[in-house]
Design a protein around this ligand. Sequence first.
Ligand SMILES: [Zn+2]
Length: 455
Amino acid sequence: MADAFVSRQIVTPSGIRPGAVLVDHGRITSICDAPLIPPGYRILDCEGALLPGLVDSHIHINEPGRAEWEGFATATRAGAAGGYTTLVDMPLNCLPATTTVAALEAKRAAAQGQCLVDWAAWGGVSDHNAADIEPLARARVRGFKCFLAEPGIDGFSRVDETELRAALPHLARTGLPLLVHAELPEPLSLAARELAGADWRRYETWLHSRPDEAEVAAIRLMIRLCREFGFRLHIVHLATAEALDDLRRAREEGLPITAETCPHYLHFAAEEIPYGSTLHKCAPPIRSAENREVLWEALREGVIDLIATDHSPCPPELKCRDTGDFSAAWGGIAGLSVAFPVVWTGMRERELTLCDLARLLSQQPAQLAGLTGKKGRIAPGYDADFVVFDPNEEFVVTEDRLYTRHAISPWLGERLFGTVQATYLRGGPVFEDGRFTHQARGAEIGDHPEVIPIR
Ligand SMILES: [Zn+2]
């Protein structure tokens, strides 16, 4: 079946244009002016802007093992409703953690027949598993994730410099990126000692327990190791603007380093988080409004390469909303289905464009996960993954818009711009006018990642 997706605003890598995107067997074949659509094509008139389906390179699906936290069925539903057509799953919070090929196979079995959108897996570097790195790469993970600070969950442990030094030669041989949770434990324990007797229902206490220095020191360590071992380094969920100079210099030196930030760091500000609002707890923490504006500037400049959700849900009771205790609550923010309008709302205010949006939420995350040529752009040869988006419609986030297993999120009640009218995966609809298709069209992206330089 050949289809022509017609829109007045097709967001391509070379700009926004009117016309038609021609699709054959789930792939884009060409883009043309609407009057030049060849005969025999079924015309699909898109009322909104046509963007490439979004790619989330940082999500915790939590299955197998913790499907009561989220799972493939609900995560891919929320993804489809939020304009995401590819989710790349983090190796932790599921059980077993994805640190061996057997665990990866267990994940594949769990995902079978449940997915509305496509997915892929990151492997984990944890618990002295250096010998598993190359087998995991051959088994087609897209890259690896490690923690320099305690992840705070069973099944995954932090790595120190000694463990990293054992793992990095293997990693460098794979050519795949290492995604790093960059906070060092020493500044964290130092900060904790100074907070004896503090009120843990105040957001400020949580903020002070995760100082900027912990991120900066970790990023400096990783830059040194990147220089020494020559692997591709990616900093996940960058929260502090104080590390930007180091990242900028490392770039100028030509090191293969990229960084992401998340919607919550770009929207909320520490000084506005209510007393006891543990739904806002994540690590590194949401920092000041001033810090937030510098992160936006870094996105504009390109020092931060992409925006990923770090969707990290949990059962409601683990958020300790009854006590409002930031020290006891689960650290993670759920919000996959509204990440797109959250980011767009911030972009509108700061005069960024739909092209920036497509680059930061689709093209660059796809590139990080080695999916260039397949995902992340409206261009010939790419999968026909689309989101039809009304950039001007305003709405308030309500529970029925979350679509996740548990309808709890700090985004509830936020007024945002931009609605997803439809999401298409490889040419077929998965979400349209608020309804899901009943087919599990999604699958693992099964080919070998192309080993290409990230920038
Ligand atoms: Zn995460």
